[in-house]
Design a protein around this ligand. Structure first.
Ligand SMILES: NC(=O)c1ccc[n+]([C@@H]2O[C@H](COP(=O)([O-])OP(=O)(O)OC[C@H]3O[C@@H](n4cnc5c(N)ncnc54)[C@H](OP(=O)(O)O)[C@@H]3O)[C@@H](O)[C@H]2O)c1
Length: 375
C-alpha cells in the first residue's frame, strides 16, 4: 500500500458557511483543515461552479438536516491542485497535480465537506487529473453534470449502457459492419447534465438526438449530437419519431426532468409503434433521485429510472469515467468543458453572488455555467 502523500506546510482553511437553514449570505470564516481519509484527496480549491442544488439548499432549507447538519459547507464542483492524498489515493494523486472533481458527499451524511472552501476534499473515485490546456475555471464546470450523466447512462440500476472504451462501445464506434449506430435521445441538451450526457453517449458509441431551444442547436451539434429538436415546438414528438424512422432508440435520457418526463415517455410509445425502439425497452432515465420527485403522470408501459449524482463512486462507473475516460478525453478534446464557464466573482465572498445570479430565472435562459475563482 502506498504511503499517504502530503505537502509540508498546510495553509489556513476558510469556508463559505451556511450557518443555519435558509441563512444568507454565506458566512466567510475559518474552517478546519480537511484530513484525507484513505480514499480521499485534499485539494487547494482554485475554482468552483455553482449548481441548482446549492441555491435550492440555501433558499429552501432542504437536504441538509436541521438536526446536526449545520453549520454546513455546500458546493459540488471544484478544480484546483492536490495538497495531500490518503493511503489508497496516493498512488494516483500526488501534491501539485491539477485536478477537478466532485466534493460534498451529502449522500454520505457529511455536510461540511463541500467545495465552497479554500481546502476541500474529494473521493479519489470522483476526481480526475486535468491537462495543462484546460484551465481551472473550465474544468470546474464538469463534476456534478458529468457524474450525474454518467450515473444515469451507465449505472446497472439506471440505463446500463456500455461504458466508453468497452468492447460494446468500441464495436458501435467502429461501425465496421455498416449497421447504423443505436440512438439515445437526450432531452435538455443545453443543461449542464445534458451537455455531459451527449458527450458521454457519443463516446459510448451512440448517435445522439437532443432537444434544446433553437438558439442552442449549434451548441448541441458542437457536442456531436446528430439531430437537434426545439422542445418549444408543439409537434416535437412527431418530428422526433419521423427523424428516427428506421433507427433503434435505446431510450430517453431526460436531463431536465422538470415537467418533461411524460413527454419523453410518449415519444418512446410513438417510436415503438414505428418499430424504432431497441429490444422493446422503453426507458425514460430521469435526473431525479426517486419517484416522489417526478410529479407527473407517466403513461403506462414505460419504465422510469432515477439517478443521484454521486452514487457512481461506489461502483464500476466512477473509476471507468473519472479514473480513465475523463483525463484521456480532456487531453484528446473528446470531452469539452461545457456549458462555457463565466467567472462572476473572485473569493469565497463571491459564492453568494454566483448563487444569487444562478437562482434568478433558472432554467429560462441559456446562462453560462457560473464560476467563482477562489483566491
Ligand atoms: N440527481 C442529481 O444528482 C442531479 C444533479 C444535478 C442536477 N440535477 C437535475 O438535473 C436537471 C438539470 O440541471 P442542470 O444544472 O444541468 O441545469 P442547467 O444547466 O441550469 O439547465 C439550464 C438549461 O435548461 C434548459 N431547459 C429549461 N427548460 C427545459 C425544458 N423544458 N426541456 C429541456 N431543457 C430545458 C435550458 O435550455 P435551453 O437554453 O436550450 O432552453 C437552459 O439553458 C435539473 O432538474 C437538476 O435539478 C440532478
Amino acid at each position: 500500500m502506498a504511503a499517504a502523500a502530503t505537502t509540508p506546510t498546510p495553509q489556513k482553511n476558510m469556508a463559505a458557511w451556511l450557518t443555519s437553514p435558509k441563512s444568507r449570505p454565506f458566512a466567510i470564516a475559518d474552517a478546519p483543515m480537511p484530513v484525507p481519509g484513505p480514499d480521499e484527496v485534499v485539494i487547494r480549491t482554485r475554482a468552483v461552479a455553482v449548481n441548482p442544488v446549492d441555491w435550492f439548499i440555501q433558499a429552501l432549507g432542504v437536504i441538509v438536516p436541521a438536526d446536526g447538519g449545520y453549520p454546513a459547507v455546500l458546493g459540488c464542483d471544484l478544480a484546483g491542485e492536490v495538497v495531500s492524498a490518503g493511503a489508497h489515493a496516493a498512488s494516483s494523486f500526488v501534491p501539485g497535480d491539477r485536478v477537478c472533481g466532485l466534493a460534498g458527499a451529502h449522500g454520505a451524511g457529511d455536510f461540511r465537506s463541500g467545495a465552497f472552501q479554500r481546502y476541500a476534499k474529494a473521493d479519489r473515485g470522483l476526481l480526475a487529473k486535468i491537462s495543462d490546456s484546460v484551465s481551472y475555471t473550465q474544468a470546474a464546470v464538469l463534476p456534478l453534470g458529468l457524474s450525474t450523466a454518467a450515473t444515469a447512462l451507465f449505472q446497472k440500476d439506471a440505463m446500463a449502457l456500455p461504458l466508453p472504451g468497452t468492447a460494446a462501445a468500441t464495436t458501435a464506434m467502429d461501425n465496421k459492419d455498416g449497421a447504423k449506430k443505436k440512438v439515445l435521445l437526450v432531452w435538455g441538451g443545453r443543461t449542464s447534465v445534458g451537455s455531459c450526457g451527449i458527450q458521454l453517449a457519443v463516446a459510448a458509441g451512440f448517435d445522439v438526438a437532443a432537444t434544446a431551444s433553437a438558439r442552442n442547436h449549434e451548441y448541441c451539434r458542437s457536442l456531436c449530437a446528430t439531430w437537434v429538436f426545439d422542445y418549444h415546438d408543439e409537434g416535437i414528438e412527431e418530428e422526433i419519431v419521423e427523424a428516427l424512422r428506421g433507427r433503434e432508440c435505446v431510450g430517453v435520457f431526460d436531463a431536465w426532468s422538470r415537467g418533461s418526463v411524460a413527454r419523453c415517455a410518449r415519444i418512446l410509445l410513438k417510436l415503438e409503434k414505428n418499430g424504432s425502439v431497441s429490444k422493446g425497452r422503453k426507458w425514460v432515465q430521469t435526473v431525479l433521485p426517486g419517484v416522489a420527485q417526478v410529479g407527473e403522470e407517466v403513461p403506462e408501459g414505460v419504465e422510469v429510472g432515477y439517478a443521484y449524482g454521486s452514487t457512481l463512486v461506489r461502483n464500476e462507473v466512477g473509476p471507468a469515467i473519472w479514473g480513465k475516460w475523463v483525463p484521456e478525453a480532456l487531453a484528446s478534446g473528446a470531452l469539452q468543458c461545457k456549458p462555457e464557464p463565466e467567472v462572476v466573482a473572485k473569493g469565497l465572498e463571491g459564492i453568494q453572488t454566483a448563487c444569487d445570479i444562478g437562482a434568478m430565472g433558472w432554467g429560462t435562459s441559456s446562462s453560462p455555467k457560473l464560476v467563482v475563482e477562489i483566491i
